[in-house]
Structures are given as structure tokens and as C-alpha cells.
Design a binder for this molecule. Structure first.
Ligand code: TPP
Ligand code: MG
Length: 583
């Protein structure tokens, strides 16, 4: 039996969980743990410049790989700096482990130096939290934390580690538990077969069906199953902001994103449907608009691993609690079986008319895929930048984003055709997420192209991480849609506050981004004219700059708005389509 200190056991347990990277920042209460990291090679520590960035890096790592990300912070301000990252992961159901140092047990509750109640502060934004009581329980706590973070509906877990439990002079027997059992936590592993049968009956009887698939399909590794089911039934499918990539975007059955900035055809199809199959999606207010006016003629089948998400906003006719992948698999075999016996069960004629109607909507007001012609003179429309990015990367990049207009343009115009490629903070809407999450993706997948679509507002919320990129040689590509404003805020002010731009502009005080990134040792390129855009974009992704971080600062039309946009208080069919048109 090996004898290890609490600090060594913590790191050994991470090794036993297969962890390769910890993203973190040291401080007094975490120093025994840092010493344990120093003494081994298997787990590599990545030193960030701000703890918030450590949590987003770990989060980006998790979103790209499906494996839990791990962050390590010290007590007090280290722990509080991790809060935004925890909330971001919580809202999007991302498996994340945050290990926080804590003052030693005898000091807890005394307002000791750098003491903060991490378990208390983080309680509403974690799936679970542990405070380590004694060193012996560390292996079991780690095992449970990873199990909770990754099973059922995934989410963040905090392990708060008082300094005395990691004391290097106290040794204990180390055994990593092979299994965990928690009496009060038993997430569903399959859907109820009776409910699945009822759902299939509704699917086969539908005349105007829509599949509405969200982030749960991606987190639940069910993209293949949803694609197969969609094609087998020939139903149209729309994705939430979090679900983009779970169904290949270039496919004709794909309607694009739905919701507040969703496509006209996706929102109209939802509103006029007679059956919605919702999978791993939670009827967020950014999707439904007014729940009272939501899809009046639709019956709803709702698959979700989290029973609390079902009928929370919109009542489901057929609720199915279970992970998306096995539930869809069961549905697929049942549909195949029923159709093999009786192919005429599906009303192909009605579906043909339905798809035609949707095509009509698409032709009428679908996203204009030739945004270049909207540019006046040499002024660049932001959508064109995303289209140029799509072209230069041949649609193969991992794209992270921040929050604002640029995020919506990326979601609308980069056509994701595989899961885990689109990485953004959907639920919390965290500005400052883009760069660090891109770094986490690049760390996990060094051979992939990783691009961060950001705005000059958001990038400044974690711009210090350009230094971390130098230290670890992380050649992410940053595409800054520079409209010299908090564009999304300004758009709302244009539309709802008579154009009064209260604290949403700052053009005279912006940094020279090219010189700023150069001072960190990176490459900066600025583009102001449409005629220079394509060459610059090619340059960013050129072989010559393959191993360099490149920051492309693109000056875009500051007056551009994101459309469509839901009309507040309406149904899904109520949208502004441009500055002058609405449905
Ligand atoms: C941390 C944080 N603070 C405030 C907001 C509110 N907010 C949403 S979008 C936005 C503007 C973002 O500006 P920028 O990054 O330049 O993007 P743009 O909309 O101009 O493309 C703001 C302030 C937020 N989402 N996150
Ligand atoms: Mg901006």
C-alpha cells in the first residue's frame, strides 16, 4: 500500500481519473497542492493570468472533448474569481471540477486571511460541492466529484480543500475507489419504454412535425442518433444556440437556429407545427418568446435527462426522462420496426407539403447568404467576416465566441456540421468566455484549427490571457468584429430606448489591438476595407502563421443590427426582419 499526503492523494486521484491538464492559479491555501503537482509529471498545470480564465479554459476543454475540465484556485479571491466560470458551466450543463484551496479547519469561521465560504457562495451554481473534512476521504471525494459532474445532466462540482488536509507531513494509505454509490443520486440511464412507444405513435401521426434539438444532444453524445432519426422520418430539424452542430448544417432538412435570433423558417415552422420533438433542449425564454403564445397547435414530446427541465416552462404531452442517446436509439429501432411493417404509416404527402411551405418561408425571408452585396463601398458588414472565416477554414474550425452581436453572427453564418465545434456561453452569456475557452480547446486538440470570434468589448474582459498563450505557445486565431461599441447593448438601445446610447460606446479609448498583441509576442493584423478582408483572412490561416497566435482586428459597420429578432411578448412567429420590416 502506498503512503501519500493529502496533497499527493489529490493529484494522484486526478491522475487516476485520467486528467491531463489542470488550469489554475496558486496562492497560500493551495500551496501544498501546487507542491504535489510539481513533484509529478502526468498532470500538467497551466498557469493562467486570472482565475476566471482558468474556469473557462477547463470549460472549453470539456465542451470540445466531452471529458471533464479541471481548474484549481486558491481560497478567498481565487475562489470568488472562479464563480463566473462555475455559473457559466452550470447554465450550459458542462462537466467541470473546480478545486479551491481553503483556510485550515481551525481557522474556518474566524474571518481568517483569504477566507471565504466557497461552498456557500457557489451553492446555487454547482451541481454539488464538497468540503474535504479529513485527508483520508480525498480519493473518495474526487471519485464522487467526477461521477457527479459527468453523469445524468452534467455540471460543475466544487471541491473545497482546507489546507490542513493537504499537509505534506501527514501520510495515509492511498486506494482509489473502483466504484461509487450514492443512495440519493441515481440519474436515469434509459427512457421508459411505454413513453417511448407513445412518442413514436405521435411522431408517425404528425403532419407538420419539427425536431427541436439542443445542447443536451451534444453533451449526451447523441448527434448520430438524432441525425439518423431525422433522416429516417424526413422531418425538418432546428437547433438551439447550444445544439448547433448536432445536425449537419448544410443539409436541406436543417432549418438553422431557432429563437430570438433564429431563422425566419425555423421560428415559423415551430409556430405552425402540429408536433414538436424536443431533445436535450429546455424551452429557454430566448427560444419560446411568450410561453402563453408558444406554438399553439403543437403537441410536445420532450426528452431530457433532467426531470426538472420537463414541463418547467411548456407542458409536455409525452415526457421522457432519460439520456438522449439511448432514448433516441430505442425510438429509432421502434420507428424502423413499425415502418418496415407499414411504410404508409408516415404521411409523406403531408410532409412534402409541409417541407414546401418551409421552403417558401426560407425563400421569403431566410438568411441572406450573400451578405457581401449589402456592404456599402468598402465598409465591412460583420456577417461577411464570419462568411470569410467559414470559407478560409472550410467549415472545419472549432469556433468559440464571446457574447454580443458577433456571437449571433457566428451562430447564424458559420455552418457547423459536427458536434462540439461551436463553443459559446449560451445560458449565462458570459463576456470574456471566448479567448480562454479557445485556449482550452487548443490545449485539448492541438492539431485542430481553433478560432475565437469576439468583439472589442468582450475580448477586453480576459485579454490578459494573451500572456498565457505566449507561455504555452497556443496558436489560437482571434477574429475581432470591431464595431467600436457594445453592439448588442447599442442595438437594444436603438430599438427600445429611442437610440439613446447610454454607456455603450467608447471609440476614442480603444487600444491599438495590433500593437497590444505584438507586445505579448503575437501577430496582429488590422483590416478596415472590404477589399482587404479575404487576403487577410487567408493570411491568418496560412501555413506561414500556423504556429502563431494571430489577432485579426476587423473594423466593421458600427450601425449593423442582428436580424431576425423576436418581438418581445409575441409568439415564435413574431419577428423583426430588418430595421423596416416585421412579420
Ligand atoms: C460579463 C458581462 N457583462 C455584461 C454583459 C451584457 N452584454 C451583452 S452583449 C454586450 C456587448 C458586447 O460587446 P462586444 O463584445 O463588443 O460585442 P458586439 O455586441 O459589439 O458584437 C454586453 C455588455 C454580458 N453579457 N456579460
Ligand atoms: Mg463590439
Amino acid at each position: 500500500m502506498e503512503r501519500l499526503s493529502g496533497g499527493d492523494m489529490l493529484i494522484r486521484a486526478l491522475q487516476d481519473e485520467g486528467v491531463d491538464y489542470i488550469f489554475g492559479y496558486p496562492g497560500g491555501a493551495a500551496l501544498h497542492i501546487y507542491d504535489a503537482i510539481f513533484k509529478q509529471q502526468r498532470v500538467q498545470h497551466v498557469l493562467v493570468r486570472h482565475e476566471q480564465a482558468a474556469t473557462h479554459m477547463a470549460d472549453g476543454y470539456a465542451r470540445a472533448t466531452g471529458r471533464p475540465g479541471v481548474a484549481l484556485v486558491t481560497s478567498g479571491p481565487g475562489a470568488t474569481n472562479a464563480i463566473t466560470g462555475l455559473a457559466t458551466a452550470f447554465m450550459d450543463s458542462i462537466p467541470l471540477i473546480v478545486i479551491s484551496g481553503q483556510v485550515a479547519h481551525p481557522l474556518i469561521g474566524t474571518d481568517a486571511f483569504q477566507e471565504t465560504d466557497m461552498v456557500g457562495i457557489s451553492r446555487p451554481i454547482v451541481k454539488h460541492s464538497f468540503m474535504v473534512q479529513n485527508a483520508e476521504e480525498i480519493p473518495e471525494v474526487v471519485r464522487k466529484a467526477f461521477y457527479i459532474a459527468t453523469s445524468g445532466r452534467p455540471g460543475p462540482v466544487v471541491i473545497d480543500v482546507p489546507k490542513d488536509t493537504t499537509d505534506p507531513s501527514m501520510l495515509f494509505d492511498y486506494v482509489y475507489p473502483e466504484s461509487v454509490s450514492m443512495r440519493s443520486y441515481n440519474p436515469a440511464t434509459r427512457g421508459h419504454s411505454g413513453q417511448i412507444r407513445k412518442a413514436v405513435d405521435l411522431l408517425l401521426a404528425a403532419k407538420r412535425p419539427v425536431i427541436y434539438a439542443g445542447g443536451g444532444v451534444i453533451q449526451g453524445e447523441a448527434s448520430n442518433e438524432i441525425t439518423e432519426l431525422t433522416r429516417l422520418l424526413g422531418f425538418p430539424i432546428t437547433n438551439t444556440l447550444m445544439g448547433l452542430g448536432c445536425y449537419p448544417a448544410p443539409d436541406p432538412l436543417f432549418l438553422g437556429m431557432l429563437g430570438m435570433h433564429g431563422t425566419y423558417e425555423a421560428n415559423m415552422a415551430m409556430h405552425h407545427s402540429d408536433l414538436i420533438l424536443a431533445v436535450g433542449a429546455r424551452f429557454d425564454d430566448r427560444v419560446t418568446n411568450d410561453p402563453e403564445k408558444f406554438c399553439p397547435g403543437a403537441r410536445i414530446v420532450h426528452i431530457d435527462v433532467d426531470p426538472a427541465s420537463i414541463s418547467k416552462i411548456i407542458p409536455a404531452d409525452v415526457p421522457i426522462v432519460g439520456p438522449a442517446q439511448p432514448v433516441l436509439e430505442d425510438m429509432l429501432s421502434l420507428v424502423r420496426e413499425r415502418l418496415a411493417k407499414k411504410p404508409e404509416l408516415l404521411d409523406r404527402e403531408a410532409h412534402g407539403r409541409w417541407l414546401e411551405q418551409i421552403d417558401g418561408w426560407r425563400r421569403q425571408h431566410g438568411l441572406d447568404h450573400d451578405q457581401r452585396h449589402r456592404c456599402e463601398g468598402d465598409l465591412i458588414k460583420p456577417q461577411v467576416v464570419v462568411q470569410a472565416l467559414y470559407k478560409a477554414t472550410e467549415g472545419r474550425a472549432y469556433v468559440t465566441s464571446d457574447v454580443g452581436q458577433h456571437q449571433m453572427f457566428a451562430a447564424q453564418y458559420y455552418h457547423f456540421n459536427a458536434p462540439r465545434r461551436w463553443i459559446n456561453s449560451g445560458g449565462l452569456g458570459t463576456m470574456g468566455f471566448g479567448l480562454p475557452s479557445a485556449m482550452g480547446v487548443k490545449m485539448a486538440l492541438p492539431d485542430e484549427i481553433v478560432a475565437c470570434v469576439t468583439g472589442e468589448g468582450s475580448i477586453q474582459m480576459n485579454i490578459q490571457e494573451l500572456s498565457t498563450c505566449s507561455q504555452y505557445g497556443l496558436p489560437v486565431k482571434i477574429i475581432n468584429l470591431n464595431n467600436e461599441a457594445l453592439g448588442m447593448v447599442k442595438q437594444w438601445q436603438d430599438m427600445q430606448y429611442g437610440g439613446r446610447h447610454a454607456s455603450s460606446t467608447y471609440q476614442d479609448s480603444l487600444p491599438d489591438f495590433v500593437r497590444l498583441v505584438e507586445s505579448y509576442g503575437h501577430v496582429g493584423i488590422r483590416v478596415e476595407k472590404l477589399s482587404d478582408l479575404d487576403a487577410a483572412m487567408e493570411e491568418v490561416f496560412s501555413e506561414r502563421l500556423r504556429d502563431r497566435l494571430v489577432f485579426l482586428d476587423v473594423v466593421v459597420d458600427p450601425g449593423e443590427h442582428v436580424y431576425p429578432m423576436a418581438i418581445k411578448g409575441g409568439g415564435m412567429c413574431d419577428m423583426f426582419l430588418s430595421r423596416t420590416e416585421q412579420t
